[in-house]
Design a binder for this molecule. Structure first.
Ligand SMILES: Cc1ncc(C[n+]2csc(CCOP(=O)(O)OP(=O)(O)O)c2C)c(N)n1
Ligand SMILES: [Mg+2]
Length: 583
């Protein structure tokens, strides 16, 4: 035990947990601790908005595999975190949100910047630590960091602001990191048995493979089985796209090849994925989920096992270690799928070739609305632009994607060879996600190009963070799809509301000019032939510290909608609304 102030105990615990970067906006509530950050070797990265800080912490965590940390002023600074923390929750990011609170002596009196901060985060955190006595500062701080890693998700560290000022004897806890292990023995044997009997095994590689650094193990097992590997929704980086067994991603705007292959599976090995409902919905008119297949599911969180899809065997463990154990267990068994291995490899090749061919020919959308609005010759067809971006993408790029129609269509064109490369808004699906996340990613890996894809609507929610990229020397590239509309939502009005557009048209300024005015590089691109070169140049410019906004002028055509499953044809009962149906 050493006598120190609570601020010192807090900062020393951060140091013990390996914290090097903290995102946030300055506030009196934690200034006594903030004052020590430089001496403790912790960089404070001021952002434009606390939502941006939470997203940056998320991007930082997902790229580095370490904690992402954000902090803000009690009350409004903390409520500004909410969307970012909710997104991190569904991305399984070990983010620690440090939330200084009103002082204990005024709490409940409705003083200044007061709100009850624990209920706000209760459903979007894995653990909430409340420092209920200054003497517990180090203990509870450490627990929030330990639990974020243990449960892989955000935790909240709530600290009454007056508690920074005490002094006591403190022990700074060592971080607790547990080995998750390879799951139960009996279940492993059962799983190995099912895989050995499988005639057409298919692997779904999810975020758990990335979190466990289990990509190599996944490749080894896939090769042993001769099994195609599909990646789970928006985890396109969980299996290398250049590998012959890669079959692309499931879910919205995913790979038809992957969907057709998994439809044929008799055994599915779901590795580190909760098989989320949105990520397994029918797509491209394909209801591909193999209802009669045996499903083996592996997840670090036992509560995910069998939650969404019916399973035959559930294994709670580390996706990498379970996979290694399965490979070992299968090493000395004969595999029923061996006989058809060559045939299966040929099927994988054929399905992939057919899908690539279809993507190459799919240069524009062909529904009536897209035909009506897609012929503006001064603008690019989104799919052609996305294909060019794909071809020009640097090998080591980190790409974050927002929520929107074009960002979603990009799913088919985003391929990666290394894990920790794709950062999408995942199942929380908030607009305004991608750009701050790319800045956080850059802080974690300054040597890699960081690229954000964002629609124009989402961009206007987030472009203020250009200032953070510039001020903190975290150069990134934003690719902004300027189609003058909240396209993804407009698509619903096209399909269900007879093109009655309410609130979906956007009148835009020049985003490139705004970027330049803010001190970044800004470029307008309206020819497909310029796309690849512009992306390459912008990524190169990151090495010279330059942040570039590429404003892509695209037509208003729209790909398939997000939620065909969730909308119904409008029904009207009142006479005055009788015309408000589908034409
Ligand atoms: C914070 C937030 N607000 C609203 C929505 C609903 N929403 C989903 S997609 C979308 C439109 C996105 O438009 P844009 O960013 O311009 O991309 P586009 O669809 O035009 O490609 C909206 C408003 C959301 N997902 N998140
Ligand atoms: Mg748009």
């Amino acid at each position: 035990m050493t006598e120190m102030t609570a601020s010192e105990a807090f900062v020393e615990t951060l140091v013990a947990q390996g914290v090097k970067n903290v995102f946030g906006i300055v506030g009196s509530a934690f200034m006594d601790a903030l004052d020590l950050f430089p001496a403790a070797g912790i960089r404070f990265l001021p952002t434009v908005h606390e939502q941006g800080a939470a997203h940056m912490a998320d991007g930082y965590a997902r790229i580095s595999g370490k904690h992402g940390v954000c902090i803000g002023q009690n009350g409004p600074g903390i409520t500004n975190f909410v969307t970012g923390i909710a997104a991190a929750y569904w991305a399984h990011s070990p983010v620690v949100a440090i939330t200084p609170e009103s002082g204990t002596l005024s709490m409940g009196l409705g003083g200044f910047q007061e709100t009850d901060q624990l209920p706000v985060f209760s459903k979007i955190t894995k653990y909430q630590g409340h420092v209920n006595h200054p003497r517990r500062m180090a203990e509870i701080t450490a627990r929030c960091f330990d639990r974020a890693m243990l449960d892989l998700g955000p935790t909240q560290l709530n600290i009454p602001r007056d508690y920074f000022y005490a002094n006591h004897d403190y022990d700074i806890p060592e971080p607790i990191r547990i080995e998750r292990g390879a799951g139960g023995r009996a279940s492993l044997t059962q799983a190995a048995e099912l895989l050995a009997q499988a005639k057409f095994p298919v692997i779904v590689a999810g975020g758990g493979v990335i979190a466990a650094d289990g990509a190599e193990a996944c490749i080894a097992l896939a090769e042993l089985l001769g099994a195609p590997v599909v990646t789970s929704y928006l985890h396109n980086d969980s299996f290398p796209a250049s590998h012959p067994l890669w079959a692309g991603s499931l879910g919205y705007q995913g790979s038809k090849a992957g969907m057709k292959l998994i439809a044929r599976a008799d055994v599915v090995l779901a590795l580190g994925t909760r098989l989320g409902p949105f990520g397994t919905l029918p797509q491209h008119g394909l209801d591909y989920w193999p209802r009669n297949a045996k499903i083996i599911q592996i997840d670090a969180d036992p509560k995910m096992l069998g939650l969404v899809k019916k399973i035959s065997v559930g294994l709670c463990g580390d996706a990498g270690e379970v996979t290694e154990a399965l490979t070992e267990a299968l090493g000395n068994r004969s595999l029923a799928g061996s006989k058809s291995r060559e045939q299966r490899l040929a099927t994988i090749r054929d399905e992939k070739a057919a899908w690539e061919d279809e993507l190459t020919r799919w240069t524009q959308e062909t529904d009536d609305f897209s035909r009506d609005v897609g012929s503006d010759g001064s603008r690019m067809h989104p799919r052609q632009m996305l294909r060019e971006l794909e071809h020009a993408m640097p090998k080591d790029a980190m790409v974050s994607t927002d929520i929107g129609n074009i960002c979603s269509v990009s799913n088919s064109y985003l391929r990666f060879d290394r894990p920790r490369s794709m950062l999408a808004a995942m199942s929380f699906g908030n607009c305004g996600y991608a750009f701050p996340v790319a800045i956080g990613a850059k802080a974690a890996a300054p040597e890699r190009p960081a690229i954000a894809y964002a629609g124009d609507g989402a961009w206007t929610m987030s472009f203020g963070e250009i200032l953070t990229a510039l001020r903190e020397n975290l150069p990134v590239t934003a690719v902004v799809f300027n189609n003058g509309q909240w396209g993804a939502e407009k698509k619903n009005q096209v399909d269900f509301y007879a093109r009655r557009f309410v609130g979906t048209d956007l009148k835009n300024p020049s985003f490139a000019a705004i970027a330049r005015a803010m001190g970044a590089e800004g470029q307008v691109i309206d020819r497909v032939s310029d796309v690849g070169g512009a992306l390459e140049a912008a990524c190169r410019a990151q090495r010279d510290g330059k942040t570039t906004i590429l404003e892509m002028m695209v037509t208003q055509e729209l790909g398939d909608p997000f939620r065909r499953d969730a909308l119904s044809k409008p029904k009207r009962m009142l006479e005055k609304y009788s015309e408000y149906t589908v034409a």
